[in-house]
Write a protein that binds this ligand. Structure first.
Ligand code: G6P
Length: 363
């Protein structure tokens, strides 16, 4: 309705949409859960659970949500997952598995790059699901099944709440698949409880806006380059965090696998180069600490964003307790806010950055 697409008391849609994320998490939880029962199309569930491999196809921020989803589906639904850029996959289709199932992630449901893949998938006769924020969109109508992101209209070009909603909806489907297949990890995960925790955790972060405004000032004023680093789940997250920053602040920023720094990127580190390091991934935590020392020794200005579980004295941003697999739902929020304030400080049009469109309907 019309009230959903006004800025209300906000100056920008982006900040409003960042702030809406706790409510979106609660909405996803109440929509997709009925007590313990998961509310998804049962025909779809059987179809997707029967696949021997999932191909998740997307562009931009939705592609980054797909990278996070890979871990979630592999763990909870016990199925191998390929994550594909729509603009590449359509033209260079790899040899497919015997029983593939295609999942399209698209906030708008209108991205031409993704649609051209879906057209081919339909020609080949394979089944597909579109996860989208716009249920009557082209990708929704042309796929076999649809799951709604339920994030409400997203107006700012830089996607925020659709990313976090998409990860949550991937987790819902993965859990339903895993339960159907008898996967222990799926049965053991209290996803409703986790989504409630996520909502509260995001709330504590968005309640500290001044802190992130100050971080943006301290770390990014006058800077032309910045890096996000992490391992495992934090690597996938770093790609999205860096995209947020570059698309609206126009600061050149890159997300890197922390272990790859030494294979090239570390040559870019000079005195006061901003490096944002994520530590939510338990397996990678100790090694990422080592990488932080390496860049610090070369003069980098490092900000550590660590989950409570792995935090050490001196870490600047602490992420409240949340299941590691879905942790990007929470740990992306500091990056959204840092990007927002960096863009604002430069006097950019936060909601409508130069050269970008909300949905790209050309290939
Ligand atoms: C555009 C937007 C991005 C978005 C991408 C994919 O490039 O600027 O923010 O992530 O399209 O959009 P979709 O609607 O398919 O998720």
């Amino acid at each position: 309705d019309a009230s959903d697409i006004s800025k209300g008391t906000y100056d920008t849609f982006m900040l409003k949409e960042i702030d809406e994320q706790p409510a979106v998490m609660r909405k996803i939880s109440s929509h997709y859960f009925d007590g313990k029962k998961i509310n998804v199309d049962q025909k779809m569930l059987k179809d997707v659970a029967d696949a021997d491999r999932l191909y998740i196809v997307a562009a931009g921020t939705s592609y980054h949500a797909a990278l996070v989803g890979k871990d979630i589906f592999e763990n909870l639904a016990d199925v191998p997952v390929d994550v594909e850029l729509a603009s590449e996959f359509g033209y260079h289709m790899p040899k497919l598995s015997k029983k593939p199932f295609f999942i399209f992630l698209s906030q708008s449901g209108e991205t031409a790059d993704s649609r051209q893949v879906l057209v081919k998938v339909n020609e080949l006769g394979f089944h597909s699901l579109t996860m989208t924020n716009v249920p009557n969109s082209t990708l929704s109508r042309e796929a076999t099944y649809t799951m709604e992101l339920l994030a409400g209209p997203e107006i700012a070009v830089a996607s925020t709440k659709a990313y976090t909603a998409n990860i949550a909806v991937e987790a819902v489907l993965a859990k339903a698949m895993g339960e159907l297949k008898g996967v222990k990890a799926a049965k053991d995960l209290d996803l409703q409880g986790q989504l409630a925790l996520a909502a509260n955790a995001i709330q504590t972060i968005v309640d500290e806006k001044d802190k992130f405004n100050k971080i943006a000032d301290d770390y990014l004023t006058g800077k032309n380059d910045a890096f996000y680093i992490g391992r495992g789940i934090d690597y996938a997250l770093s790609l999205e965090a860096a995209l947020k920053l570059k698309e609206i602040s126009y600061i050149h920023s890159e997300g890197f696998a922390a272990g790859e720094l030494k294979h090239g990127t570390i040559s870019l580190i000079e005195k006061d180069t901003p490096v944002f390091a994520y530590i939510n991934d338990g397996i990678g935590a100790a090694h990422t600490r080592g990488n932080i020392q390496e860049v610090t020794a070369r003069g980098a200005h490092v900000l550590v964003i660590a989950s409570k579980k792995y935090a050490e004295k001196g870490d600047q941003v602490i992420i409240p307790e949340i299941n590691e697999m879905i942790s990007p739902i929470v740990s992306v929020v500091p990056a959204q806010l840092i990007a927002y304030y960096a863009s604002l400080a430069r006097g950019n049009n936060v909601d409508q950055p130069r050269n970008l469109a909300k949905s790209v309907t050309v290939e």
